[in-house]
Each structure stands twice: as C-alpha cells, then as structure tokens.
Design a protein around this ligand. Structure first.
Ligand SMILES: Nc1nc2c(ncn2[C@@H]2O[C@H](COP(=O)(O)OP(=O)(O)OP(=O)(O)O)[C@@H](O)[C@H]2O)c(=O)[nH]1
Ligand SMILES: [Mg+2]
Length: 301
C-alpha cells in the first residue's frame, strides 16, 4: 500500500530498423509511432507514455542513428543523440540477428560519454535460435558495462514484461507527470501526418520514402462528428509526384484509404481525407523549410 510512486524518462536509441518504434507501440499498447521495414522511418523524437498503479514512464523514441547525408539526416541524428542527456535510462536497442558493426560501435562510443545507465535490448529474438542468443549476450557483455541485458521480441511482446519490471526498478520516486489516459504528448495533427507518411513509405520504393514530408493544412470537425483533414505531401521531384499520384490517381487513393483507417482508429470518428501533392525541390537541405515542415532545430543545441 505504502509503495512509493516512481517515474522517469527512458530513451530508445539504436541503428535504423532495429525495432525501436515497434517496441514503443507495444509498450504503450497503441500505435503512436510509425513503423516500416525500411531504415530511417522515424524522423522526430516521439514521446510515448506508460502509466500503471505504481509508475509512469515516458519513453522517447528516436530516429535511428546513421551517417547523415543531408540536413534532415543530420537533424535526425542530433535529435537522437541529444536525448542521451535528458533521460534517466537509455535502452540501446539492437537487432540480435545483425552482426555487431560500425553503427553499434559509434553509438557505444557516444554512450560512454554519459553517466546515464544503459540497458542493452536484444530485439527480434523470435528470429533467432536460443543457443546463438547466449553467444550474443556474452559478446556484448565484453563491450560495455550494461546495467542490464534483456532479450525481447517487440513484434510479439515476448519478455517485454521483464523489461518493464527492470526499467521500473531503475526509476526514482517521482510524480505522475501526465494523466493516466494520455499515451503521447504529441498533437494529433503530428500523428496524423505521420500515418500518411507511413503509408507512402509502405507503398513506394527506392528514394521516394526519404524524399517526402507531410504537412496537415487543415483538420476540423464537421457537422455529425465527421473530421475533415486536408494534407499536403511534399516531394523533391516531378517524377516522384507522378509516382505518388499513380495511374489515374490510384496510388494516392490507396495511400488515402489506408491512412484514413489508422486515423479513424486514432480519433474514433469518421474521417474525410483530402491529399494534395506538391514539388519542393530542396526541402531536405533547406533549414527554413525543415522547420516549416516540423523538423524543429531550435531545441537541439
Ligand atoms: N521479426 C521481428 N521483426 C521486428 C521486431 N521488431 C520490429 N520488427 C520489424 O522491424 C522493422 C523495423 O521496425 P521499426 O520499429 O520501424 O524500426 P525502428 O528502429 O523504429 O527504425 P527507424 O525508425 O528507421 O530507426 C519492421 O518491419 C518491424 O516489423 C521483432 O521483434 N521481430
Ligand atoms: Mg522508428
């Protein structure tokens, strides 16, 4: 009964595509971060909130750390690294099926510069033989003084309860920062734009997923509870605009149909979604455009 309430901030960091967003969604029990099998899906820090009777944890999902090739990439990596100092615990997520490489090495070097405790989360164990897993754990143990090493599967939730128990063990006494029914601090507009971006990532290939940004221009409730949303999809080239619109507008229709499903589940109401596509040649390298499209640099310094 007299148990103290605990709370704290937990960062999810790691290379692209290791399953950070999948894990966050599993923990908060609802989809708030978009996921795909293509690297560099997450672009902004996304906060997910887990609340129980005894603790509240605020998870910060970060963009995968990679070698930046443009200003957007640079922003993404800085956004990820800047969380190291802001949190009580870091979850370093790796894909247990991938060999230890330069990417992990770079992140470990950065982790060595902080005093924040680090858990190693070995993800995707559903695809690995248990014996191999033991070898992996032994190899990682040599590299760094991890506070804990915890194998999980973010996809099917295997061992996530253990991970949660261990995280709470490391938290100090603290207040409940957010109401119990809140699962993210991000405005709905942002999540809606992310759902649209996710469908484009899923449905297009090659350079298209990385060349787009989605801006919500209008979002309002109409009579009868229907929500009207107008969104602008920015691309870098005319050819990409053609791909996104598709033959007789079929691609754009499919993107809209799939995004609408997720948005309706999020908002709990019927949605009318209007999508427009516009070419903006150099948005990924233009600092002003980046902040206009929601990649805000100011809090990173
Ligand atoms: N088999 C398996 N696949 C997983 C697991 N967790 C995530 N995945 C898959 O891995 C891919 C990448 O997942 P994301 O959650 O988008 O990865 P991320 O680390 O957030 O990637 P970025 O945002 O690009 O840094 C998706 O196709 C997921 O379905 C897991 O435990 N097992
Ligand atoms: Mg992600």
């Amino acid at each position: 009964m007299n148990e103290t309430y605990k709370s704290g901030f937990v960062a999810l960091v790691g290379r692209p595509n290791v399953g950070k967003s999948t894990l966050l969604n599993y923990i908060v029990g609802e989809k708030i971060a978009i996921m795909s099998d293509k690297p560099q899906t997450t672009r902004n820090k996304i906060q997910g909130i887990y609340t129980s009777e005894t603790a509240q944890l605020i998870f910060i999902d970060t963009p995968g750390i990679h070698k930046p090739k443009h200003q957007l990439g640079d922003f993404m990596v800085r956004a990820a690294l800047s969380t190291f100092r802001e949190v009580d615990l870091i979850l370093f997520v790796v894909d247990v099926n991938e060999p230890y490489g330069q990417g992990e090495k770079f992140i470990l070097e950065k982790l060595k510069e902080t005093n924040t405790p680090v858990f190693l989360v070995l993800n995707k164990i559903d695809r690995m033989h248990p014996e191999q897993l033991l070898e992996k754990i032994a190899a990682y143990r040599e590299l760094y003084q991890f506070a804990e090493i915890i194998p999980v599967s973010a996809l099917n939730g295997n061992n996530v309860t253990t991970l949660m128990e261990q995280i709470i063990r490391y938290m100090d006494e603290g207040p409940q920062y957010y109401p119990a029914d809140e699962i993210t601090d991000h405005p709905e507009r942002f999540i809606v734009s992310e759902f649209i971006r996710e469908k484009i990532i899923h449905l297009t290939e090659e350079e298209v997923p990385h060349s787009i940004a989605v801006v919500i221009e209008e979002m309002k409730e109409r009579k009868g509870g229907m929500v009207y949303i107008s969104a602008l999809v920015l691309v870098e080239r005319q050819s990409q605009k053609g791909i996104i619109i598709g033959k007789q507008g079929n691609m754009l229709k499919e993107i809209g149909k799939r995004a609408r499903k997720d948005i309706e589940a999020l908002l709990g109401s019927n949605v009318y979604l209007d999508l427009f596509v516009k070419v903006d040649k150099n948005w990924r390298n233009n600092r002003r455009q980046l902040s206009e499209y929601g990649y805000d640099q100011t809090h990173l310094e």
